[in-house]
Structures are given as C-alpha cells and as structure tokens.
Design a protein around this ligand. Structure first.
Ligand SMILES: Cc1ncc(COP(=O)(O)O)c(C=O)c1O
Length: 264
C-alpha cells in the first residue's frame, strides 16, 4: 500500500464527515505500518465544523475551539494534503498540495513544471492565487461555515418535511436523495437515480447529479448498493428562496413518484 487517502466530507456518498477519533485511529494504523496518510482537504472546513459541533469532548482543549484550529489539528495527522480549492476554498479555480516531506516536495515541484506551469504560479494567474489565499482565510471563519452548513441542513429538512427520502445525517455540501426509496418500483437496471434526476429537471429546471450505476459503475463490476441523486449546493450562490423552490418542486414530484417510468 503506497499511501492511505482519507476524504473529508466524502463527496460521492452523503458528504459525511470523519471524526477526530476515527482520524486518529487511522493515523495510528498508518504509523504502525509505515504508510503515509494523505487527506483530501477539498471539504476539510466543513468536516472541521462538524467535529466542532459533534465531536467536541474528544478534543483536548474543549468544545468551543475555532474551526481554523480544528483544521490545523486535522492536518497535523497528515503527511500531506491535496485540495481542490473550488469547494471550501471559495474560488473559481485552483488547488494545491501541501506536505511535510522536503524530498518528496522537491520531486513534486519538478512535476508541476511538466503538468501545470512553473512552481511559482502552478498554472494559475496572479488574480486567482490572490483569490485563493483570501478564500482560505474566509473559509475558516466560524460564522461563514456555520451559515454554509446550516443552509444545506435546512434544505435537507425541507425535503424531509415533504416526505422525500434522503441520506441522513445530512452532510455538509449536498443533500442526497435515495432513489431506491423515491421510486421503489424501478429496478436498478432501469436506472432509478438517473430517471429521478431527469424528472427533477423536467419538473423544476434544477440540474442534479446521478450517483448510481450510470456514473459509478465500472466495467464488469457487480452493481453496488447506491442509487442516489446528489443536490450539491455551491457556496454563496443560492438564497433561501431558491432552495425552498427546489424542495417544494421535488416534494411535489415525490407525491406522484409512482407515475415515473424507468429508462431503458
Ligand atoms: C473531494 C474532491 N477531491 C478532488 C476533486 C477534484 O477537483 P478538481 O476539479 O479541482 O481537480 C473533487 C471534485 O469534485 C472533489 O470533490
């Protein structure tokens, strides 16, 4: 095993966080076997916020530590992080790798020249780099992240009020509808999640993403269990009214879900 990668608030299956306890146990196993631990930090701030809210007593200094401090504590467990800054980092473009191994750093720096551009800008314009630096500071502001995750939670609760079956607990960046419960009459080989995603678009004009066997199936692998529809909420884009409209439209669709036919 060359390395272990842990994704914060995993994108494809609910946006659920890992706990500090879980991270610490993974880190111990990795240390025991001398395997580097990397974190995909794309949604690390959301994960840190969940830790602040749910995991508090596990953290030595108590419950009310800032999200910024929890982010640092998480990173202290990692040999390196990769980050797509287009998500928690609040920017249109960019990302970065951070690591504490000088020799590997030098090797990676050489690769950046081949794939992205000179290491001083990594393929980004100065404007984008400045926006990224500011985005990182703003992303760890406690009030900002509380509002962001709160908006997603509120949207999920509105769907629940409409009876719509979703993955719980509600994650940090998206609400996932469970297509197998939304259209139980459609078998998996008639693409229930893809069908519901298309029906949501027809009903409301809202574009969602299928997370079932259309996007998740590879070659001859057996079907996995998931047939989800991901409703991802970009940061600082939607008002409560946008989300209310979406929740109402999907709740309406759900009332007539037995009329939805599967795809062939
Ligand atoms: C967790 C995670 N890591 C990495 C990426 C890839 O990001 P990029 O498009 O910036 O390469 C994504 C994209 O959605 C993601 O969700």
């Amino acid at each position: 095993v060359p390395f272990v990668s842990m994704e914060a608030c995993v994108n494809m299956a609910g946006g659920e966080p890992f706990s500090m306890q879980n991270l610490s146990e993974v880190s111990s196993i990795c240390k025991e076997h001398n395997i580097p631990l990397w974190i995909d930090a794309t949604r690390l701030v959301e994960n840190a916020y969940f830790i602040q809210q749910l995991d508090g007593p596990v953290i030595a200094n108590g419950f009310h530590e800032s999200v910024a401090e929890i982010v640092l504590q998480i990173c202290a467990y990692a040999d390196g992080i990769t980050c797509s800054a287009k998500k928690d980092g609040l920017v249109n473009m960019g990302g970065f790798i951070a690591l504490n191994d000088e020799e590997l750093f030098e090797r990676m720096r050489g690769m950046v020249v081949i794939y992205e551009g000179l290491h001083t800008y990594g393929g980004l314009s100065g404007r984008d780099m400045e926006a990224l630096a500011r985005g990182l500071y703003e992303s760890v502001d406690d009030d900002h992240i509380a509002h962001r995750v709160g908006q997603v939670r509120h949207f999920g609760e509105q769907l629940q009020e409409g009876g719509v079956p979703i993955v719980v607990p509600i994650g940090g960046h998206a609400v996932f509808i469970d297509a197998k419960r939304f259209v139980p009459h459609i078998p998996q080989d008639r693409y229930p999640a893809q069908t519901v995603a298309a029906s949501i678009y027809e009903e409301s004009g809202v574009r969602t993403m299928e997370r079932g066997i259309v996007s998740g199936q590879h070659g001859d692998e057996p079907y996995d269990d998931m047939e989800l529809i991901r409703l991802t909420i970009p940061r600082r884009v939607y008002t409560s009214e946008h989300l209310e409209y979406t929740a109402n439209s999907i709740s309406q669709l759900y009332k007539n879900a037995d009329k939805i036919k599967g795809l062939t």
